[in-house]
Design a protein. Structure first.
Length: 249
């Protein structure tokens, strides 16, 4: 794991974003519930796509896929190192800058790691709503904070009142909507209010593609359009035989 903020002792573990191909030819999708976000994903552009960065993230994924027990054991051992306990306050681990909990087995492994490391605080954003509601919500580890992230195919399943994050065109629109910006501190992902907003990354072509909408609004529009297409494919509803009175003979 790498340290992303030495003074606040935030460490990160991450995977490659969304879909790709490993050097051995295997394909993967680390964000199975990504929706409109995959077209606007900052991790699929810019520095995240530097070859060395892609290689490192893919190596993480290969480790998880090919040697899940060794990966889990190594991470658990690493988290016992004294640098995680040198204070002041707890160290934090952000699970994923990019990628998501792509399988139940992977999520279960993380939950075991979190439980074995009670003095470190873990946090994550996720679009895997159903998996978290079923797996984590009933008995969450006290040192684990998660936050649902809009822009995925499971947006409609985000329970009202859940901590969530939406991506806004800019700070101004975020503020107008009554959201709190995540920008001053990454730890707001863990400790911030229910309504957290992220201003769109400063990549001009992504900002242009997002326009004046939030990820939540764009996903809702995409869901509505998909439902309309499905309805059109099904065609007009067929009428069954009338049970009422037929026309007079
Ligand atoms: S879930 Fe996150 S990392 Fe994956 S495609 Fe969407 S924005 Fe990118």
């Amino acid at each position: 794991m790498r340290s992303s903020c030495a003074t606040r002792r935030i460490y990160k573990w991450t995977l490659p974003a969304w879909a790709g191909r490993l050097p051995d030819g295997r394909t993967y999708n680390t964000c199975p519930s990504a929706g409109i976000c995959h077209d606007l994903c900052y991790a699929r552009h810019g520095t995240f796509q530097f070859p060395g960065v892609v290689r490192a993230h893919q190596a993480n994924l290969r480790y998880v896929l090919d040697e899940p027990d060794a990966w889990e054991a190594q991470l658990t051992t690493e988290l016992q190192h004294r640098r995680y306990y040198s204070g002041p306050g707890p160290a934090h681990v952000r699970i994923h800058d990019s990628g998501d909990f792509f399988s139940a087995a992977y999520l279960h492994a993380w939950i075991r790691i979190v439980r074995r490391t009670p003095d470190v605080v873990f946090y994550a954003y996720t679009k895997e709503i159903a998996l978290f509601e079923e797996t984590v919500r009933p008995d969450p580890p006290p040192n684990f904070y998660w936050r649902y992230s809009y822009g995925g195919t499971q947006d409609a399943r985000i329970p009202p009142g859940s901590p969530h994050v939406d991506v806004f065109p800019d700070e101004e629109s975020l503020d107008q909507a009554g959201y709190t910006s995540q920008a001053p501190s990454d730890l707001r992902g863990a400790y911030g209010p229910e309504t957290l907003g992220i201003p769109a990354n400063n990549l001009p072509h992504l900002k242009k593609a997002q326009g004046s909408q939030t990820f939540r609004a764009l996903q809702r529009a995409a869901d509505t359009a998909a439902a309309d297409r499905r309805a059109r494919r099904r065609g007009p509803a067929k009428r069954g035989p009338s049970k009422g009175h037929g026309p007079p003979r």
